[in-house]
Ligand binder design. Structure first.
Ligand SMILES: NC(=O)c1ccc[n+]([C@@H]2O[C@H](COP(=O)([O-])OP(=O)(O)OC[C@H]3O[C@@H](n4cnc5c(N)ncnc54)[C@H](OP(=O)(O)O)[C@@H]3O)[C@@H](O)[C@H]2O)c1
Length: 242
């Protein structure tokens, strides 16, 4: 199958790529980003990693109603896409709110529309990675990062609606991880205590990637992967311990 990882330079995407390279079900892997994806670090590769199936595709500006023809040709005929592009909470103070809205919501909504239109594969599977605190009902806006959680929930709603309206052509899943840690990004003790107190779960990046790769290759277990689902499904996969 052909899989697109959007936001390929990021923390979660790097693990998705690492696991995909050794997954025999994935025969073509497109790393899509606004800059070229660096080659994977050889020391981190899993057994049987096949680098020949990986292609880095650059889209200079995702802020567009349609993608350039050369990019569309590279993205054509995909079976699935995992969308990791977002402005994350630590970046919120440095990025204008209007940009955050476009990146977290509009880029993803455009992405599922454009990329699904380029393939005849049925079903085309699309995952939007959101976050545990994103709320689909604005009336449930949390005290912490309220506007951001409503924005991410609005994006979830739009992407789920797109899938439901597609008549089975596009299968959508939303992943809602808590705090993600991994070998390159461990969560400090104080942060763990803080997130525990406010009720945000933890998950390893290997579990997130493993659960989502199982979903796109074998079919989604659920439309919404809560943090516990990612831990449970991802723990059974090869990268689950990472
Ligand atoms: N990390 C966590 O603990 C955590 C927890 C819960 C949910 N999540 C969610 O998981 C997803 C992935 O998170 P992550 O930690 O992997 O994030 P990350 O490392 O910051 O990666 C984000 C990706 O988005 C891209 N991006 C940002 N702004 C862009 C723009 N204007 N145009 C094009 N691409 C842009 C980045 O590209 P550049 O490299 O070019 O900037 C990067 O590839 C996000 O939806 C995040 O909210 C993460």
């Amino acid at each position: 199958m052909k899989l697109i990882i959007a936001g390929s330079t990021g923390f979660v995407a790097t693990e998705l790529i690492r696991q995909s390279l050794s997954n025999p079900l994935i025969t073509s892997l497109i790393a899509l980003g606004r800059k070229p994806s660096p080659p994977p670090n050889p020391s981190t590769l899993l057994p049987n990693a096949d680098l020949s199936k990986l292609k880095s595709v650059v889209l200079d500006d995702f802020d567009c109603a349609d993608y350039p023809d050369n990019v569309k040709s590279d993205l054509a005929n995909a079976d699935a896409c995992i969308w990791t592009i977002a402005i994350t909470p630590p970046q919120l103070t440095t990025v204008p709110w209007e940009t955050t809205v476009r990146v977290c919501r509009d880029y993803a909504v455009n992405g599922v529309r454009i990329i699904s239109s380029l393939t005849e594969k049925r079903p085309f599977r699309f995952v939007y990675i959101s976050g545990t605190n994103a709320v689909r009902d604005p009336a449930r806006k949390p005290l912490l990062l309220g506007e951001y959680c409503v924005l991410r929930g609005e994006a979830e709603n739009k992407i789920i609606e797109f899938g439901r309206a597609s008549g089975g052509r596009v299968e959508v899943a939303v992943a809602k991880p808590g705090i993600i840690s991994g070998p390159t990004k461990e969560t400090g003790v104080l942060a763990k205590v803080f997130f525990g107190v406010i009720g945000i779960g933890k998950v390893r990046v290997g579990q997130v990637a493993g659960a989502l790769l199982e979903g796109v290759t074998g079919g989604f277990e659920t439309e919404t992967y809560e943090n516990g689902d990612l831990v449970r499904v991802g723990s059974k996969t090869v990268g689950g311990v990472e």
